[in-house]
Ligand binder design. Structure first.
Ligand code: WQD
Length: 350
């Protein structure tokens, strides 16, 4: 099988997007080593990855509990294994939490990533796929978002992603042998078709789809729809929701490009579908998937939210040979399958 002698380090590989990407890496023939501090994820997710890929491929997966802010944790890994590339998910990603506690975000996301780059350089591993976010577009003046748009941050979490994109560009400019791909995710939703892997946020979900999911399984009473007076088709805000499996495959495509293209430099790519879906459309789609009415309350806009954000997908299609395959119906179908199999996520009853 192709890639069979290549080993990829995945930071944050026990998380929502990380665990789905690890499944696809193993299915693509790579060996995988996960480092995760389990601050915002659980070991059960790694056990589920093993279940999904089966015993043979599970032999090619290692897990180490570790924290990127502790250089010794990274030294331990890099001194024992030669990594062909790193896919770096490890970090915090809740916008609201970052506003309340910016220092925690600068510590986890910035200090952790700088440590990672330093240890990668020491062991001459200079190929990085970095988990960025559409949040670096801030409140885009135009849509769809194109990779060469001006970037802006509207919250500390987004600022860490923006800083880390600039840090990547500076590192690669100083040492051209670095190959770095920055993947800007739009709104990741859905779950693996098996129903064994999915998003399992701690506490009350900030994001729309996990919130709708918890209303549908009866964990929350009703959905607050933030804003119904936007200049959009139905007054609610529009986003580019992308199936987490499409996102995972986008990482495989980016990794293959990185491993085979010497002069890739430091390149950013949107991982979105290019389609905009409103909040109310998402609710209707989920109701169809779960066969239940989602009780909801129309509320004022949430501060900092943009009216509409969706991706231009041309660059990823042309340069990575990647295009999202799944639509909103499959996203809701698979998210509901995960919810019915795991109404309380990985953690079981509250
Ligand atoms: C989507 C829409 C809400 C919850 C965020 C981060 C971004 C990225 C993805 C990490 C908005 C509305 C939501 C609810 C609602 N994360 N909504 N009721 O804000 O587009 O992006 O997650 O990279 O960085 O900013 O996603 O799911 O929070 O909101 O009406 O209970 O759903 O107002 O219009 P968002 P979201």
């Amino acid at each position: 099988m192709a890639n069979s002698d290549q080993t990829i380090l995945v930071t944050g590989g026990a998380g929502f997007i990380g665990s789905h990407t690890v499944v696809q890496l193993l299915n693509s023939g790579f060996k995988v080593s996960i480092i995760d501090n389990l601050d915002n994820s659980v070991m059960e997710a790694v056990d589920r990855v093993r279940e999904v890929v089966g015993p043979q491929l599970s032999e090619r997966l290692e897990f180490t509990k570790g924290d990127l802010r502790n250089k010794d944790d990274l030294e331990n890994l890099f001194s024992k294994t030669k990594f062909d590339a790193v896919i770096h998910f490890g970090g915090l990603k809740a916008v609201g939490e970052s506003v309340a506690n910016p220092l925690r975000y600068f510590d986890f996301n910035l200090a952790g990533t700088i440590n990672l780059y330093q240890v990668m350089a020491k062991y001459n591993c200079k190929k990085m796929v970095f988990s960025s976010s559409a949040t670096v577009y801030g409140q885009p003046e135009k849509i769809p978002c194109v990779e060469d748009f001006n970037l802006q941050a509207t919250n500390p979490y987004g600022r860490t992603k923006l800083f880390l994109e600039e840090i990547a560009r500076d590192i690669q400019k100083a040492e051209p042998e670095w190959r770095i791909v920055l993947l800007r995710y739009f709104n990741p939703v859905g779950a693996h078709e098996s129903g064994k892997l999915g998003e399992d946020p701690r506490g009350i979900p900030n994001n729309l789809m996990p919130y709708i999911q918890q209303v549908a399984v009866g964990r929350l009473p009703e959905l607050n729809v933030y804003g119904h007076d936007y200049p959009t088709k139905d007054g609610s805000a529009v986003r580019d929701y992308i199936h987490v499996m499409d996102l995972a495959d986008g990482h495989i495509a980016a990794l293959q490009k990185l491993l085979t293209t010497e002069n890739i430099g430091c390149s950013a790519y949107n991982l979105g579908t290019g389609q905009g879906t409103s909040v109310l459309e998402m609710v209707t789609a989920f109701e169809k998937a779960c066969g239940k009415k989602i009780p909801m309350e129309l509320c004022p806009r949430r501060p900092g939210d943009a009216t509409a954000v969706y991706a231009s997908t041309e660059k990823a299609e042309k340069e990575l040979g990647w295009k999202a395959k799944y639509g909103v119906e499959e996203m809701c179908r698979d998210q509901w399958n995960w919810a019915t199999n795991n109404p309380w996520g990985y953690r079981g009853e509250a």
